[in-house]
Design a protein around this ligand. Structure first.
Ligand code: B16
Ligand code: MG
Length: 218
């Protein structure tokens, strides 16, 4: 029986990837480092400090002491927080409000499994916090996606069995994390990258409660 649906944030609920991109680009410019949209693809779903390592890759700055790296990651986050201040409910991805309403009507719990420490503020800005009964705390996690820890934490907070959950993700590492948690996986994006999911849809516009229930044979 489907008890809960656990969502990734960036790329599934809203497209904050664009803001992450602009914030990393601003930091790279300040540091005189090359950065591109192509490189930004590698940062999706990856934690802030791991993302910094990718941004610094190939430069002498990659050897900076940890305290300096934390300062640089903090600078990126300052840029990012300025940008997310502009998020409004209009930034919810297509079909998401309807889907969350419909899950609520059916008594299916809803959780969030985002690697972002800014996730609670973003849900507030989107006016979406009221749909979520649990938000995994990225600060408490030891391992990032593809480790299942974040999805298991969300299921535990919801008080549901992982085998009765569906996870929704836009990144391959996220789909792997969902599968490793013993949940059914829905991928949003291209089948070439998300082929490991039980169901792949090209965009959130194609996602509805009926398709999720079908995965459990309802
Ligand atoms: P923050 P998700 C992830 O969100 C982003 O995809 C990734 O690009 C970002 O580095 C990470 O959150 C950490 O975000 O710097 O705000 O803590 O896809 O897991 O919802
Ligand atoms: Mg994502």
């Amino acid at each position: 029986r489907l008890e809960a649906v656990i969502f990734d944030l960036d790329g599934v609920i809203t497209d904050s990837a664009e803001f992450h991109y602009l914030a990393w680009q601003a930091l790279a410019d300040e540091l005189g480092l090359p950065f591109s949209r192509e490189k930004n693809e590698r940062l999706k779903g990856v934690s802030r400090m791991e993302s910094l390592e990718i941004v610094l890759e190939g430069s002498e700055l990659a050897r900076l002491p940890e305290a300096e790296k934390l300062r640089l990651a903090g600078k990126k986050n300052d840029h990012y927080r300025q940008m997310i201040g502009r998020i409004t409910p209009a930034d919810l991805l297509p079909g998401i409000p309807e889907l969350l309403d419909s899950l609520r009507e059916r008594g299916i719990s809803v959780g969030l499994a985002s690697a972002s420490l800014n996730a609670p503020q973003i849900l507030e800005r989107l006016g979406a916090a009221h749909w979520f009964q649990a938000i995994a705390d990225a600060a408490e996690l030891r391992k990032g996606k593809p480790d299942p820890e974040i999805f298991l934490q969300a299921a535990e907070l919801l008080g549901v069995t992982p085998g009765n959950c569906i996870g929704v993700e836009d990144a391959a590492a996220g789909v792997a994390a969902i599968r490793a948690a013993g949940m059914k996986a829905v991928g949003i994006g291209a089948a070439e990258q998300l082929g490991a999911a039980d169901l792949v849809l090209p965009s959130t516009a194609a996602l509805d409660a009926g398709k999720l229930l079908e995965l459990f044979g309802h």
